[in-house]
Ligand binder design. Structure first.
Ligand SMILES: CC(C)(COP(=O)(O)OP(=O)(O)OC[C@H]1O[C@@H](n2cnc3c(N)ncnc32)[C@H](O)[C@@H]1OP(=O)(O)O)[C@@H](O)C(=O)NCCC(=O)NCCS
Length: 200
């Protein structure tokens, strides 16, 4: 199933709506077995996330597969029409090698049921290096407890190194610190997260 998706996305047989946001080979080529941090029982991986499930890059057509509804289980999303979604998708797509939004689709229902974002922020410091930021991890509440949250975190963390980030970070609430610690994330000494909000 995963192979079929790669073939289709490489040849763009499905047109614009199915063109992946980032090169699927980046996901395909990660060394999951040799690099994952969490434990899985039963074993799952990026190429085999579970019966009927497919892990892949986000594509424009995911608007019609419940992607916005999924994100609304994470935070306020608002009423986003197709046009607004398309415009934002296009601007992300234009930032080459920057947005690695990775989703899990339930191929039986045709719905996107989990998602996570790796943003690669390009820098001049550290010899023109890049910093990774992991954001917007969400698993549909009907699919929670099936290790998909762990899988997405492991995959995006491995991917951040593979795409050349010198470090990767994330922000989370206190109650999720144990969840993220298992992937090697630590609170850094004398570092504080500061924020000025302009809206909720
Ligand atoms: C957090 C979230 C992504 C976890 O997804 P999931 O697929 O249910 O998680 P998994 O099945 O991979 O479980 C991973 C482990 O983390 C634990 N865990 C899951 N959610 C947790 C939570 N909210 N707090 C603490 N631990 C949690 C599980 O008990 C499990 O532990 P185990 O491996 O020892 O059994 C999911 O609950 C979610 O989408 N929550 C709403 C959005 C959100 O809060 N996102 C994170 C923003 S920082």
């Amino acid at each position: 199933m995963y192979k079929k998706f790669l073939e289709m996305s490489n040849t763009h047989q499905n047109g614009n709506a199915e063109r992946p946001l980032y090169e699927p080979k980046v996901l395909q080529d990660i060394d999951f077995d040799g690099s994952h941090c969490s434990t899985y029982n039963p074993e799952i991986s990026h190429t085999n996330p579970g019966e009927g499930l497919l892990m892949r890059p986000l594509c424009r057509g995911d608007y019609d597969r419940g992607y916005i509804q999924l994100l609304s289980q994470l935070t306020t999303v608002g009423d986003i029409g197709q046009e607004e979604f398309d415009a934002r998708y296009s601007s992300m797509e234009a930032c080459l090698d920057s947005y690695y939004i990775t989703v899990v689709e339930d191929t039986c229902t045709g719905q996107v049921i989990a998602s996570g974002t790796l943003v690669k922020e390009q820098k001049f410091i550290h010899k023109c290096s890049a910093r990774g930021r992991i954001e917007d991890i969400v698993v549909d509440n009907k699919y929670r407890g099936r290790q998909l949250g762990k899988l997405i975190l492991d995959v995006l963390t491995i991917m951040s190194k593979k795409v050349g980030c010198y470090k990767v970070s994330l922000e989370c609430k206190d109650k999720l610190v144990p969840f993220y610690s298992q992937f090697g994330y630590k609170k850094e000494d004398e570092q504080n997260y500061m924020c000025r909000r302009y809206s909720d």
